[in-house]
Design a protein around this ligand. Structure first.
Ligand SMILES: NC(=O)c1ccc[n+]([C@@H]2O[C@H](COP(=O)([O-])OP(=O)(O)OC[C@H]3O[C@@H](n4cnc5c(N)ncnc54)[C@H](OP(=O)(O)O)[C@@H]3O)[C@@H](O)[C@H]2O)c1
Length: 280
């Protein structure tokens, strides 16, 4: 079975616009949800060294029989591995756990750098790509200034994506413009605002016109935007199937505007010691 999820092309990347998020999904649940997701058409899975489920994801992919080349697999390097030699060694360990020779996308998870700043870590990230451990590289949770610094160091067209919190309650207008200027995909994490969107009356009202639910409308609004991908997480097979069933309708311009008005600067992910000074 092949996915009918559209791909997003930017800076050499071709990434399915919808992927399966896996933060806080325990290994036992991964073994159940990944086959369901693959069967439903997902071909993009997002994990991270810190999630503790790389091994289970690798096993589920091997067991699925789906060809490795069909799945877009992302992992993220945790800051304690940002020293250059450590970064490369930690990525090799991730690959071992994931049971693959490469990831499609390798991200720096948070912009936390020591006295020498981000450049040595970016250099190691580029080395991982040059060595074939990752097809594409990118950043996560970088604010605008940090994004500009990273793009300037790596050179135009080098970073493929920035993964940041983005949902109907957090507009990200300024960051979006910066990423668009550099042709980076914005990968929206917490695209359902941790299920807050599930109870939103405006989203339900809009969804009723299209025969869709509030979370489906929340996801559709994201992926309709230029160079935006979304990676909703779920441990529920029914939700996994529903979340990918968003490519058979289009929101009217009026509904898009109504949804954009829900933005209220609601930021759900700002861990102490990791989060930078945000721009909004
Ligand atoms: N780069 C980073 O620092 C970072 C930070 C946070 C997240 N992420 C990535 O982004 C992914 C998504 O973020 P997230 O998991 O925090 O939040 P999310 O995807 O916005 O929300 C997940 C929650 O929504 C529920 N849900 C999912 N689909 C639903 C549906 N159709 N109807 C009702 N409820 C539904 C899930 O519960 P059920 O299990 O019951 O469906 C779960 O509680 C993560 O898994 C991770 O891969 C990255």
């Amino acid at each position: 079975m092949t996915s009918d999820v559209p791909g997003i092309a930017a800076n050499g990347l071709n990434m399915p616009a919808l992927g399966l998020g896996t933060w806080q999904i325990a290994p036992e649940t991964i073994a159940e949800i990944v086959p369901v997701a693959l069967d439903a058409g997902y071909r993009h899975i997002d994990t991270a060294q810190i999630y503790g489920n790389e091994e289970a994801i690798g096993q589920a992919l091997v067991d699925s029989g789906v060809d490795r080349s069909e799945v877009f697999l992302t992992t993220k390097v945790w800051p304690e591995h940002y020293a250059p030699n450590d970064l490369l060694a930690s990525v090799r360990q991730s690959l071992e756990r994931l049971k693959t020779d490469y990831v499609d996308l390798l991200l720096l998870h948070w912009p936390v750098f020591g006295g020498r700043g981000m450049n040595p870590t970016l250099e190691a990230l580029l080395r991982a790509r040059a060595d074939g451990l990752a097809r594409h590289v990118g950043i996560s949770n970088f604010n605008i200034d940090q994004t500009e610094q990273a793009v300037a160091f790596c050179g135009p067209g080098t970073l493929a994506t920035s993964q940041v919190e983005f949902h109907v309650y957090l507009g990200q207008e300024r960051l979006k413009r910066v990423l668009a200027r550099h042709n980076l995909v914005l990968t929206a994490y917490m695209p359902l605002a941790k299920a807050h969107s599930v109870n939103d009356p405006v989203l339900w009202e809009i969804g009723a016109q299209y025969g869709k639910t509030a979370p489906q409308v929340a996801l559709r609004w994201l992926v309709e935007q230029d160079r935006v991908a979304a990676i909703p997480a779920t441990s529920n097979p029914h939700h996994a199937r529903a979340n990918i069933d968003i490519f058979d309708f289009a929101l009217s311009a009026e509904d898009q505007t109504r949804i954009a008005r829900l933005a209220r600067g609601m930021r759900l992910c700002q861990p102490d010691g990791l989060a930078p000074q945000w721009d909004d």
